[in-house]
Each structure stands twice: as C-alpha cells, then as structure tokens.
Design a protein around this ligand. Structure first.
Ligand SMILES: *[C@@H]1O[C@H](CO)[C@@H](O)[C@H](O)[C@H]1NC(C)=O
Ligand SMILES: *[C@@H]1O[C@H](CO)[C@@H](O)[C@H](O)[C@H]1NC(C)=O
Ligand SMILES: *[C@@H]1O[C@H](CO)[C@@H](O)[C@H](O)[C@H]1NC(C)=O
Ligand SMILES: *[C@@H]1O[C@H](CO)[C@@H](O)[C@H](O)[C@H]1NC(C)=O
Ligand SMILES: *[C@@H]1O[C@H](CO)[C@@H](O)[C@H](O)[C@H]1NC(C)=O
Ligand SMILES: *[C@@H]1O[C@H](CO)[C@@H](O)[C@H](O)[C@H]1NC(C)=O
Ligand SMILES: *[C@@H]1O[C@H](CO)[C@@H](O)[C@H](O)[C@H]1NC(C)=O
Ligand SMILES: [Cu+2]
Length: 579
C-alpha cells in the first residue's frame, strides 16, 4: 500500500480514474512448466500454464482487478508475462516486458502481477522474454463491458480462438540460429494452429522413424491434443467470434468456409462494421467478427488459416465449424479454404484501410490540436559483424540488462543511458527504400525516446528493402501502454504531402498495426501514461534481432514511483536490493 500512497501523490488523476471503475478482484495462481505436448500431432516440449496449452483464459469485466501469481517451474529459464493490449495505467511495473518493466522471474521464483482492466475487448497474454511466446506460452484475456453497458452490435453466443504458427525445432534452436554467422534460418513453420491445434501429415516423418526411440520425431495422428478445434453453432444464430494472433513469424488469413464475417472490434476498440469473406491477421492483432450460421445445417464447414506475406510452405490450419447436432467428427468433404494470393499486398492494404473507428467513438484531435512531435522510423535489415540484424534509423536495439523502468525511477541508475542515444528522430533523407542498403552495417543502441507528459506524438513507420534484392517484408508494430490512432497507410516513401491525405475523421484505435512492403504507416498517440513502453515489431525473431525502440513517458514523474521489490534484482538493480 505504501507504494500506492507515494504514487497517488504523483498520478492522482490516473489513480482516481482507476478507482472509479474498480470492480471485482480476480485471483489466479499459475504454475509455469515445460510439458510434452502434440499440438500438431508431433510431440515436443511446450511451455504450459497449470498443465494447460494454450494457457487458461482470463475472463473479466471492465473495472476488475486481475491478480496473477506465477510460479516459475522452468528448470533453467526466467519468465515474464506481458498483458497484450492492457494499458497498465498507473501500474507500469506490471506490463511484463523483460528488462523494460521488470527483471525476468528466475527459476523457482514467484511474481504477482496486479492490474486493472479498463477497456472491454479481446486481448491475450504471452511470454515476453526470449522466444518463449513461440514455445506456446500464451493465452486469451477477455474483458467484458460492465453490466448495463450496451455494445454497438448484437449476437446470440460467443466463440473464441487464438492462432499461431508452429515449428518442430525448439525455440532455442531457432534463437541461436538468428545470431549465427552465417545466418541459420529455421525456415517456414511446419503447421498453423487454431486454439493450439493443428495436424502435421505424419506420413512426412522420415521413413524408418521409430516413435519414442529418441532419434526421430514422434507423430501420432490420433493424439487427442491434435484433433481439430471445434466451433459449435446452432443454425440461425449469430455468433461473436473472437480471434487473436500470437504468430511468431507469419501474417495469417482466416476464412470461415461459406460464411461472411462482419468485423466489429479490433484490438479492444469498436470499429464500423466491415463485411469480409477472409480476414488478414497480423501477429499481435485481435478482432471480433460476427457471423450467422445460415448455411446448409446438414453438414459441417472448415475454419481455415493460411499464410500471407511470405511464400507459403505451410499447409492450411484447420478447425471445424460444427452445425449441431451434427457430430464434430463429420469432416467437410469440400476443399480446404484458399486465401488470396500471398503477395497481393494491395488487397491486404485495402482491407487494413477499411477498418475505421466506430461512429460512436469521439476522436479527440481538436482537443489535441495536431501533434507536438513527429518521429520517423526507417525499418531496414542490416549486418553487424556479419550477423543479420534489423535496424531502426540504423540502430539495432539491444535492450539494457537493467530494466528501463528502474533506470528512470532510480536517479542513480540514469548513467547507464547516457552512453546509448536513441536512433535519430529521422533517417537519412534520400535513402533508397527500394534497394538493399548500400552499406548494410548497422550500429547498436539501447537508447530511449523521452516524452513529456501529454505530448502528442506522430510516428511515421517507413518500410524498405531487406538485404535481398526485390524483397520487403510486412512488420506488425505493437506499442505497450497505449492504443494509438492509425492515421493512414501508403505505398512508397512518405512525404509531407501525405499528411493532407491522412484520416483525421475516424482513424481506428489499435495497439498493433502493420507496415506493408515498401510502404509506410502513420500513427498518433498522446504520451499520457507515465512509464517506459517498448514499441516493436511483433514478429518474434525480428524483435530479437533488434527491431524496436523504447519510449519513456512523463519522465519527470517516474522518479516518484516506487517499484515493487519483486521487479528488481537483475543488472544494476541488484545493488538497490542490497542497499
Ligand atoms: C501426406 O503425405 C503423403 C506423403 O508425401 C502424401 O502421399 C499424402 O497425400 C499426404 N496427405 C495429406 C492429407 O496431405
Ligand atoms: C496414438 O494415440 C492414440 C490416442 O491417444 C493411442 O491410442 C495410440 O496408442 C497412440 N499410438 C502410438 C503409436 O503411440
Ligand atoms: C458475402 O458477401 C458478399 C459481398 O457482400 C456477397 O456477395 C455474398 O453473397 C456473401 N456471401 C454469403 C454466404 O453471405
Ligand atoms: C498496387 O498499388 C500500387 C499503387 O496503387 C500500384 O502502383 C501497383 O501496381 C499495385 N500492385 C499490384 C500488384 O496490383
Ligand atoms: C562492414 O563491417 C565489416 C565488419 O563486420 C567490415 O569488414 C566492412 O568493411 C564494413 N563495410 C563498410 C562498407 O563499412
Ligand atoms: C548506416 O550507417 C552506415 C555507416 O555509418 C552508413 O553508411 C549508412 O548509410 C547508414 N544507413 C542509414 C539507413 O542511414
Ligand atoms: C519481385 O518480387 C515479387 C514477389 O514479391 C514478384 O512478384 C516480382 O515478380 C519480383 N520482381 C522482380 C523484378 O523480380
Ligand atoms: Cu518485423
């Protein structure tokens, strides 16, 4: 309580806002361990929570306080959990980003997350240390509106899925390959999973493989863990389907065979209804779509997931849309869903541009009177002593080994920042985004962009060619601690003329947004949430290879925060604990 008292003086308005919506207190007790699992019929080690994969769903109501006590039983790895899309207003230490908001929790240690969920919507949580998300360390977090609050759409019942891509190699194998020279790439995923379930073709296992012999893959097509996920529906009813992507690498496309979907929510914010027959999903995004079970009820249908944005080498991930009372085992005899061409980026761009804020939402731009500052972030692929990296304005992020939040709350630690300026506010004019870099060498940095409280920030994310001729990739950018307005997308180089054509009328609020190949994306947000927040590409290997920046907001106020002791203990914060 003492910590809260100190904070109250500083962040009184924020805290009052939190208190005003306070509801139930929900306690969770989670044990994190490795488990043998067969998500796509091939057995491997996954990170489980209470022996479950995906992890338990948190189902809460706006204003609830969520308290999650975690026990790390991984024998040799530290963990954190990031609550993706939860703004953590007044609780920046509970964001769960390793070495940004806290020290990772060591084996056999415990940590208790406590935060308020203040906005209804579809969210999720996942590991945010190393590549643990790709090891299966994730689950759903659903926040419902308070009783009496009317949502701008109606439905009879609700379904929920979380999707990802899946490799048979361990994440450690993948991770080590990323910084090998020469580069060792794990390749495209073997499977796409819907709610943790897929189906690798066991006939592809090397001839002569003996299950459980220790030298080959164990693949069992009958394993209960890899039977397709079932979405049960009753003819005539309308469903809200919540969909979230925690993919490690792939942009995905979701199809409900024979059924259109109406997008009504994106990243926890209501949007104007958009009817689609296929939905692009970038890692870190979530949606609610409505669909009506209005097709021939005597059969079942496929729910299908395909790769977009990379040449697909992974079969369609499948779940069953099960019209009751048909048995869920009645497999459709129709072909599995086919998505638009993987590299038809204009189609993806057009779909992204269709997502607009719901008309009931007020866009407070007049109040903000434009932006105070613009930051341009050039996304390039580079080399550092022969090792592949990603860079932002020629700086590859190598996070500090002392949590940034501690650096800002304890003045005596501030010295570690002085040596590492952030990437420049803008990149070299005239950089040719259509060619591989002339000089691919990047520099490393761990610097921070500092914002005064309530500064309005525009960020121009500019994509470019990778190290390979005629190649540019999609990057879904995710901001912690905020939703931001997506003002626009475009092809080519962003110029000041493009400011005139941005959407100042009904830009959607999101926490994740793609930047398309050779394109740009502009976002705007107000630095009104004191804390230190990463802004990074949500592709797990890209973030690992330095594709991110760090924002510190309300830096004057941060020294007044007293961090929970459980956040400390690594890097320079070891001395704080001893002292
Ligand atoms: C599985 O792989 C085998 C061997 O390549 C192939 O003959 C078979 O058609 C595949 N099955 C499916 C369902 O793709
Ligand atoms: C495959 O899984 C099924 C269902 O659990 C089980 O009955 C069968 O014994 C397994 N086969 C092998 C070879 O392990
Ligand atoms: C889906 O929407 C399209 C375009 O609005 C329409 O042409 C089509 O008939 C719809 N399909 C179904 C199954 O409702
Ligand atoms: C995509 O759109 C851009 C700009 O409108 C256009 O120049 C380009 O030809 C389009 N590409 C394809 C493949 O249609
Ligand atoms: C890039 O760095 C490498 C060392 O890793 C060096 O050999 C090379 O000369 C550098 N290239 C340029 C253009 O500076
Ligand atoms: C990155 O730095 C190198 C060496 O200083 C320089 O040659 C190159 O043009 C820079 N790239 C960008 C995108 O600014
Ligand atoms: C560039 O790559 C795209 C695929 O992303 C391909 O369609 C196109 O033909 C390529 N262009 C050239 C000149 O190789
Ligand atoms: Cu990326």
């Amino acid at each position: 309580m003492e910590r809260l008292d100190v904070l109250k003086l500083v962040l009184l308005p924020l805290l009052l806002a939190a208190v005003a919506v306070q509801g139930a207190v929900k306690h969770y007790d989670w044990t994190i361990d490795y488990d043998f699992w067969s998500p796509d019929c091939v057995e491997k080690l996954i990170i489980s929570i209470n022996g479950q994969y995906p992890g338990p769903t948190i189902d809460a109501t706006v204003g609830d306080t969520i308290i999650v006590k975690i026990h790390n039983k991984l024998p040799t790895e530290s963990v954190v959990i990031h609550w993706h899309g939860i703004r953590q207003r007044g609780t920046p230490w509970a964001d769960g980003a390793a070495f940004v908001s806290q020290c990772p929790v060591a084996p056999e240690d415990e940590y208790t997350y406590q935060f308020v969920v203040d906005n209804a919507g579809t969210y999720f949580y996942h590991g945010h240390h190393g590549m643990q998300r790709a090891a299966g360390f994730y689950g759903s977090l659903i926040v419902r509106p308070k009783a009496g609050t009317v949502e701008p759409f109606q439905y009879d019942d609700e379904l929920s899925i979380i999707v990802n891509d899946w490799w048979h190699k361990s994440v450690h194998d993948q991770e080590r390959g990323l910084y090998s020279n020469p580069f060792r790439w794990v390749g495209e995923p073997q499977s796409l999973l819907i709610e943790g379930r897929g189906a690798y073709n066991c006939s592809l296992v090397p001839v002569g493989a003996v299950p459980n012999s220790g030298d080959c893959v164990t693949c069992n097509a009958s394993a209960p863990q890899c039977q397709p996920y079932v979405l049960p529906v009753t003819a005539g009813k309308t469903y809200r389907l919540r969909i979230a992507s925690v993919a490690s690498l792939s942009a995905l496309n979701f199809i409900l065979e024979g059924h259109n979907m109406t997008v009504v929510e994106a990243d926890g914010n209501y949007v104007e209804p958009v009817v689609v027959d296929n939905l692009d999903l970038y890692s870190g995004e979530s949606y609610s779509v409505l669909f009506t079970a209005n097709q021939d009820p005597t059969r079942n249908y496929w729910a299908g997931l395909n790769v977009r944005g990379r040449k697909p080498l992974t079969p369609t991930g499948l779940a069953i849309l099960n019209y009751l009372p048909n048995p869920s085992t009645l497999l459709p005899t129709t072909p599995t869903p086919v998505s638009p061409l993987w590299n038809d980026y204009n189609l993806s761009l057009a779909q992204a541009q269709q997502i607009k804020a719901h008309s009931s939402l007020e866009i407070p731009f007049n109040e903000w009177s434009g932006s105070d500052r613009t930051i341009s972030l050039l996304n390039t692929q580079n080399k550092l002593n022969g090792v592949n990296k990603w860079a932002i304005n020629n700086v590859t992020l190598v996070p500090l080994s002392t949590p940034y939040l501690a650096v800002y709350t304890y003045k005596k630690l501030k010295k570690v920042l002085s040596a590492t300026p952030p990437p420049p506010l803008t990149y070299t004019p005239g950089y040719d985004i259509f060619q591989p870099p002339v000089n691919p060498n990047t520099t490393v940095g761990s610097g921070v962009y500092e914002f005064k409280l309530n500064e309005v920030i525009d960020v121009v994310i500019q994509n470019a060619n990778t190290l390979t001729v005629n190649a540019s990739e999609i990057h879904p950018w995710h901001l912690h601690g905020h939703d931001f307005y997506v003002l626009g997308f475009g092809n080519g180089v962003f110029t000041s003329n493009d400011y005139d054509n941005l959407n100042y009328v009904n830009p959607p609020l999101r926490n994740t947004v793609p930047v398309f190949p050779y394109g740009w994306t502009v976002i705007r947000f107000k630095a009104d949430n004191p804390g230190v927040w990463p802004f990074h590409c949500h592709i797990e290997p890209h973030f690992h290879m330095g594709m991110g920046v760090i924002f510190a907001e309300g830096t004057d106020l941060l020294p007044r925060i007293r961090l929970p002791a459980q956040n400390l203990g690594c890097g320079l914060t070891k001395d704080l604990i001893r002292g």
